[in-house]
Write a protein that binds this ligand. Structure first.
Ligand SMILES: [Zn+2]
Length: 562
């Protein structure tokens, strides 16, 4: 430690700024408070198990506890005084009352026997001997067994603190003998505040955005954050840590890119999004890293959509406003769907033969979302209207089905209904009046199969369903009584049909006077050609475009003449 402090180069480190009191431990107040309370009430356990990720303060807390127990002049806040003989010894690593064993490298029976032997002698000064065993899950079975007996009946002057990153590897006999403390990942905000504090003490000028970057990269580990901070400060010029040089030194993609890509996607500007992607790739960033970063960015925007989840957003105040501004531009439906597509890309990335194309396609798909969502919303708005304009008065020509003879224009004209038996997706039908509910409750009239299929076909004549007209050519599949399925060829069509499913279902309810009818959608990829033979290239284009709407974009971009 002294060597580092004497070093003229300003290298700060995890060791130099290791907290010396409970109060200075970062981000683990749930643990330090409990430990201080135990000291206060003199109800300290004899064996502790500190669990949690690496670099979050387990060993640090163990050392503080050891030092505080032995302090000859403990403060009223139950902190070590730092000046008494015992504290001095601790601070110079000269205390005989603390014994540390790193089980990662000393995991043999002999190592443990050596430790157990020492346990027999009471402390010469101070009250307690503290044994810290780090990475305790690494002990060999034989070593574990040798240790178990001592752990079962330790002398009153001994405290064991076992630490592990892998709690699940600790055998139950040990777990049951320890008081267990779970250390958590440290929040980015806490890490960057801590770094800001150190920067100030080291007379380093650091931009808060730069410290946020370091915190993010360290992923909840303070020790990692401190070594990254060391690294960046070593490379910095004039004791200044800027956002820009941190990006460069740590090779992190500027989060500004995610804002710009999202802006482009929201604006349906595919070329801009693709150019940004190209720019990112040219800088040598990994595509997989980009897409998972974009997914995180979209997730953060989702957080901004609700005051309760806004607290989950781990960025500084300036950035928070930026996120909120962009979130305001995007609908929740867009964010959910975009997040879903980004996540799909993330999952498929490793298996893709052409990952760059997968990335591009994902961006194209996301850029199409605003349009698709708009269409869906328009379709939803028309739910109430659709039932007012029955496409065909089929009741007249279906006299062979006696059950629907009482279908009148009047019932068809009633707005969409909402009843107890109609509890699926009922939230889309909000303007239901009490009156209509009363009129319509529990409609369970029997109807014929023909009447149902006829009503289904009739939907085709509604202008509303122009873009999905072809689905009415195929009869509904009967799943069970009152449950029917629409079979479709692909997910793109499914999304369009899903937007109208409830409206179509309501129509069937009213025409057939039965509210228990349920429509569902299934995608079946057919292996035989359904379409007639296609001759001209324009026919071919049409057929292909119908299957993949993104081809339109491709055609425009390549300026193909078809
Ligand atoms: Zn002291």
């Amino acid at each position: 430690m002294e060597a580092i402090e004497k070093d003229k180069k300003f290298i700060v480190s995890a060791r130099k700024y290791r907290p010396a009191t409970f109060d200075t431990v970062v981000g683990q107040s749930h643990i330090t408070t409990t430990l201080k309370n135990a000291l206060k009430t003199k109800q300290l356990a004899q064996a502790f198990l500190f669990c949690g990720p690496r670099g979050v303060g387990k060993t640090t807390c163990a050392r503080i506890l050891a030092k505080t127990i032995n302090c000859q002049n403990i403060t009223p806040e139950y902190e070590a005084c730092g000046t008494c003989e015992s504290c001095e010894a601790f601070q110079h690593n000269a205390s005989l009352n603390v014994y540390e064993l790193d089980a990662a490298s000393n995991n043999s029976v002999d190592d443990i026997r050596n430790l157990v032997d020492q346990v027999r002698f009471p402390p010469q000064i101070g009250n307690k001997k503290v044994y810290i065993i780090d990475e305790v899950h690494m002990l060999s079975t034989a070593a574990f067994n040798a240790f178990l007996k001592t752990l079962e009946e330790p002398p009153s002057y001994v405290i064991f603190i076992l630490a592990t990153t892998e709690k699940h590897k600790i055998i139950p006999t040990i777990l049951s003998r320890c008081q267990i403390f779970d250390f958590k990942r440290i929040e980015n905000k806490d890490i960057s505040e801590h770094l800001a504090n150190i920067a100030q003490r080291e007379h380093i000028e650091a931009e808060i955005e730069a410290l946020d970057l370091i915190a993010k990269k360290a992923d909840g580990g303070l020790r990692d954050a401190l070594s990254l901070f060391d690294l960046v400060s070593t490379f910095s010029v004039d004791r200044k840590i800027t956002y820009k040089n941190t990006l460069e030194n740590l090779h992190i993609l500027d989060y500004e890119y995610y804002f710009r890509v999202t802006d482009a996607l929201l604006a349906k500007d595919i070329p801009r999004a693709l150019l940004l992607l190209d720019d990112i790739m040219k800088q040598g960033f990994d595509g997989h890293l980009f897409i998972s970063g974009l997914a995180t960015h979209l997730r953060d925007l989702v957080y901004c959509k609700d005051a309760t989840t806004l607290t989950l957003l781990q960025v500084n105040q300036n950035a928070k406003e930026k996120y909120q501004l962009q979130a305001a531009e995007a609908s929740l439906a867009f964010l959910y769907n975009a997040l879903d597509k980004a996540n799909d890309c993330d999952l498929n990335y490793k298996n893709s033969k052409n990952p760059e194309l997968l990335l591009q396609l994902t961006l194209i798909k996301i850029a199409h979302l605003p349009e698709m969502i708009q269409q869906q919303e328009e379709a939803k708005k028309k739910i109430d209207v659709v039932t007012e304009t029955p496409p065909v008065e089929y009741g007249k020509n279906s006299s062979s089905t006696p059950n629907n003879t009482n279908v009148t224009n009047q019932t068809i004209k009633t707005p969409s209904i909402k009843t107890g038996s109609n509890n699926y997706n009922s939230n889309t039908q909000t303007n239901t009046t009490a009156e209509t509910v009363a009129n319509k409750v529990d409609l369970t009239k029997p109807y014929s199969h023909e009447a149902l299929q006829k009503a289904w076909q009739n939907l085709a004549s509604s202008a509303e369903y122009d873009t999905i007209k072809f689905i009415f050519n195929t009869p509904l599949t009967v799943l069970s009584e009152n449950r029917y399925e629409i079979t479709l060829e692909n997910e793109v069509i499914k999304n369009r049909v899903e937007a109208s499913r409830v409206a179509m279902q309501s129509y069937l309810h009213q025409v057939l006077q039965n509210n228990t009818i349920q429509l569902s959608i299934k995608v079946v990829v057919s292996d035989k050609p359904v379409k007639p033979i296609i001759y001209t290239s324009s026919d071919k284009w049409k057929a292909l475009h119908e299957k993949n709407e993104h081809l339109g974009e491709l055609k425009n971009r390549l300026q193909l003449l078809i």
